[in-house]
Design a protein around this ligand. Sequence first.
Ligand SMILES: C[S@@+](CC[C@H](N)C(=O)[O-])C[C@H]1O[C@@H](n2cnc3c(N)ncnc32)[C@H](O)[C@@H]1O
Ligand SMILES: [Zn+2]
Length: 279
Amino acid sequence: MAKLSKRESSISYMKENEKLFQCPICKTNMQVQENGNITCEQKHSFDIAKQGYVNFMTKAIHSMYSKELFQSRYEIIQSGLYNPVHEKIANLIDFGVQSILDTGCGEGTHLAKICEKLHPQVVSLGIDISKEGIFTAAKHYERHIWCVGDLANSPFQAQSIDYILNFLSPANYTDFKRILKPNGKVIKVVPQASYLQQLREQAFAKSEKEQYSNEQTVSLFKDQFSKVYIERIIYDQPLEHHLLPKLLEMTPLGWHIENNEDVAINEITIDLDILVGEF
Ligand SMILES: C[S@@+](CC[C@H](N)C(=O)[O-])C[C@H]1O[C@@H](n2cnc3c(N)ncnc32)[C@H](O)[C@@H]1O
Ligand SMILES: [Zn+2]
């Protein structure tokens, strides 16, 4: 049998899971057509691109994140820098999970690596407002549903998702509450004081921005949920020399450094809070 194209396999996978979609414009149910259009009852229509993702945005937005930034993130995350974080998150997810949505998924590697540790039937979806991010995700990872869209108005049905991941990204708790199943959970990852501290020192030596506090974000999170659990994960990882330019490019922190040649970073600190909340 001839191998399906990327678009054809996405059409078939999205068709299998079409009950998860809801029109972001009129909120009616959606159907995945054989020609690769996802259409709602009011005939709003979104096309599955040849790379296998779908764009649910109704107007173009300007993102400060470029294709190069996402490619750098892809290489850094693939290098294993966040492996202990992925391990910890996968351990927080119940065995019976059916669906997991990464909101602000960027280039998709966190979600892909976490899903490798879960059972293969989990339906995994990623949404990001940046087309460049989703384009990169779809290029590298098949059998995930990649959507360009706004996490504050996501194209998913009410009570359809078991776990919402939100990794170093903005959150919208009203929409998260709408789409989560009754016992669903949000797993939000936020930087702690020493996160990427070597980069922070180089970018903002001796200024206030060298210090980072997540107090406000954590406090807002706690206000949203009836049950909250927080786990901190902190470790140093050696940084291979060839990854340094990627590290400088993958976060806006690196953009503050004027001369990359002056930078010497041999190891990097990962310091994150993993917040788990149930409404
Ligand atoms: C700091 S990046 C983190 C990306 C990824 N989670 C990671 O850790 O590599 C923040 C991401 O949130 C996305 N984002 C910002 N606002 C968004 C929105 N309203 N809806 C969906 N994604 C959004 C950005 O495009 C960007 O990819
Ligand atoms: Zn519609």
